[in-house]
Write a protein that binds this ligand. Structure first.
Ligand SMILES: Cc1ncc(COP(=O)(O)O)c(C=O)c1O
Length: 383
């Protein structure tokens, strides 16, 4: 559900105007915040030392703010406008629009090349390689572990229960003084379920590191986003993406929402122009037409219900797990064999047979009515 939290009719400058008038969101590390911090949460002490002390790159776009008629400061070409100019490094016009739609302050938004960029930045900001560790639920989205390995950070898994839920006290028990991050994903991938709020909420106060709640699939879920409680939890980072409900995986745009202090750290360590002009424009256009997305989500939810109904009639299907996402985890008689047969027919689903707690399972994305029908027909033929 795409919820409009605020409706502002303020006129925004164009992307090219913004290329020349970027505000400074940096240098916020030392400001005090008016949120209720858990007594022992201390952002500066959580940061890697080299990051806390980092002198960030200052681009031409950072150093001159305002309007001019001649720009000879960035070694750009004078030809091929508007692509000759570097894009706004802080994507302010786009953030203003996201702020309107999501009901989150501009200074609480980081944009990256997919939410995968934000996942990597979390490690780079907080985790000292070979010293610090992170704790994550298992099974979950694979990039948390891959990024831990890339950054040479220990990755600790805590197995979910048979309902794919966790207990806060078990995650806390897996932490030690070097645990910087707890990774949560709700709705979880590949299981599809929302994690229990009462357990998530305990972590904000009982764990004094960073709690990440990845909400890549929240637009398909029957619960409000954790972005709405950011002000209460200075150690919370919420991830969302344009790749799922917004139908824009190709433009690579991910969002991280957090305190302005955490966002300032991300802005300090990201590549200077991490979100290109085309992506900024395309995402703005999608946000301006968000009624399309609302309709797509409704269609997907309707198709999800139909697909689940039809799957329950297929002989090989042993169990269909509850889902709040745009996919469904399904236990079948022979996951490997079924997967192979579907591939032979040109139908690709995700084989999760070798994933913890998912033995015998396929993860099926909700497609169009026709795609779902083709899948069901083929599954019935294989059964
Ligand atoms: C839970 C979760 N988070 C993040 C991502 C990656 O999103 P993005 O395309 O924004 O990098 C995915 C992609 O499948 C995902 O399932």
């Amino acid at each position: 559900m795409i919820k409009d939290k605020n409706s502002s009719n303020q006129k925004s400058p164009s992307f090219t105007e913004l290329n020349r008038s970027v505000g400074d969101l940096g240098g916020l590390m030392h400001q005090t915040s008016d949120t209720q911090h858990p007594t022992s949460f201390n952002l500066t002490s959580l940061l890697r030392k080299n990051i806390a002390n980092l002198e960030p790159y200052s681009s031409a776009r950072d150093e001159f703010k305002g309007e001019a008629s001649v720009y000879l400061d960035a070694n750009e070409s004078p030809h091929n406008a508007p692509f000759n100019r570097y894009p706004d490094p802080l994507q302010l016009k786009l953030k203003e629009k996201i702020s309107e739609v999501k009901g989150v302050g501009v200074e609480n938004i980081f944009l990256g090349n997919g939410s995968d960029e934000a996942i990597d930045l979390v490690y780079r900001a907080f985790c000292e390689p070979r010293t610090d560790n992170v704790v994550a639920i298992e099974p979950t989205y694979g990039m948390y572990k891959v990024c831990a390995n890339i950054n040479d950070v220990e990755y600790r898994k805590v197995l979910l229960d048979s309902n794919f839920q966790f207990k806060a006290k078990e995650l806390i028990a897996a932490t030690d003084e070097n645990t910087k991050i707890i990774w949560l994903c709700s709705p979880n991938n590949p299981t599809g379920n929302l994690l229990l709020e009462q357990e998530i909420n305990q972590l904000f106060t009982r764990f004094h590191g960073i709690v990440v709640v990845d909400e890549a699939y929240i637009d398909f879920a029957s619960r409000e986003s954790y972005t709405q409680v950011l002000a209460n939890h200075p150690n919370l980072i919420v991830l969302q993406t344009f790749s799922k409900a917004w139908g824009s995986a190709a433009i690579r745009l991910g969002m991280a929402f957090a305190s302005k202090e955490i966002i300032a750290v991300f802005n300090k360590i990201k590549y200077p122009y991490n979100v290109n002009l085309l992506t900024q424009e395309k995402a703005f256009e999608s946000l301006a037409n968000k009624q399309n997305v609302t309709q797509w989500v409704q269609d997907t939810l309707k198709e999800r219900a139909t697909l689940i109904d039809k799957l329950s009639e297929v002989k090989m299907v042993r169990h269909i797990y509850p889902t709040d996402a745009n996919f469904v985890l399904v236990k079948v008689d022979d996951a490997n064999g079924t997967y192979k047969r579907l591939v032979e027919k040109g139908i690709i689903v995700r084989n999760r047979n070798s994933v913890s707690l998912c033995a015998g399972c396929l993860r099926i994305t909700i497609g169009t009515k026709e795609e779902n029908k083709t899948l069901i027909e083929e599954l019935k033929r294989i059964s």
